[in-house]
Design a protein around this ligand. Structure first.
Ligand SMILES: O=C(O)CCC(=O)C(=O)O
Ligand SMILES: [Fe+2]
Length: 189
């Protein structure tokens, strides 16, 4: 998974600018990953047509790679606020940009707002691989990535401080729009 993440980040950097893979790839060389195995138990009430298995959130990672089983339920929110189903597809994984990458790219990449909605009362299983900067990493967009004439919209911050901010945020609140990297390090521009 680490190798896959490294390859994907190279492609993402190439999309941001010419030679950015070569120039900035080393910024991600100390990234580490952890795998979360998630089991969603079937909901009980037959009265409910669907149940929110995991509330809306953004991931604190640079990037997350998700495998979901055939049950489905993963949804991503468009810029306009519409929820879209990410239907499971054989031999496919879902790649989400996370908050750290949104800040590092000065907002050029968007951390996806997503959730899990259970539509059938059956067990659901997923795997999420969170690929993150090292704790002590100073997250700071390189000038070239900000681009000439563009404003810097994130202040530099230490990765672990953002994780602490999210962990200490009132429980449940981060699921509502509000507690994201923009609240933590946004310049307000
Ligand atoms: O279960 C899923 O499909 C997604 C899980 C997820 O978004 C997360 O753990 O952050
Ligand atoms: Fe997530």
């Amino acid at each position: 998974m680490t190798k896959l993440s490294e390859r994907i980040i190279q492609i993402v950097l190439m999309c941001l600018g010419e030679n950015f893979g070569r120039k900035f790839g080393s910024q991600f060389s100390n990234c580490h990953g952890y795998l979360r195995i998630i089991n969603y138990s079937p909901f009980e009430s037959m009265k409910q047509k669907e149940v929110e298995g995991l509330g809306m959130h953004t991931d604190m990672s640079c990037m997350t790679i998700v495998y979901q089983d055939a049950i489905g339920g993963l949804q991503v929110r468009s810029k306009e606020g519409t929820w879209m189903d990410i239907n499971p597809c054989d031999d496919s994984l879902v790649v989400n940009i996370g908050d750290l990458m949104q800040a590092w790219s000065n907002g050029k990449l968007r951390s996806s707002e997503h959730r899990v909605v259970l539509k059938q009362p059956v067990n659901r299983f997923s795997l999420a691989f969170f690929w993150c900067f090292e704790d002590e990493k100073l997250v700071y967009t390189p000038d070239e990535v900000v681009g000439e004439g563009d404003l810097r919209i994130y202040k530099p911050f230490v990765c672990a401080d953002y994780v602490k901010f999210r962990e200490n945020s009132e429980k449940g609140k981060f699921e509502k729009v509000g507690f994201t990297v923009k609240d933590f390090a946004g310049t307000g521009d």
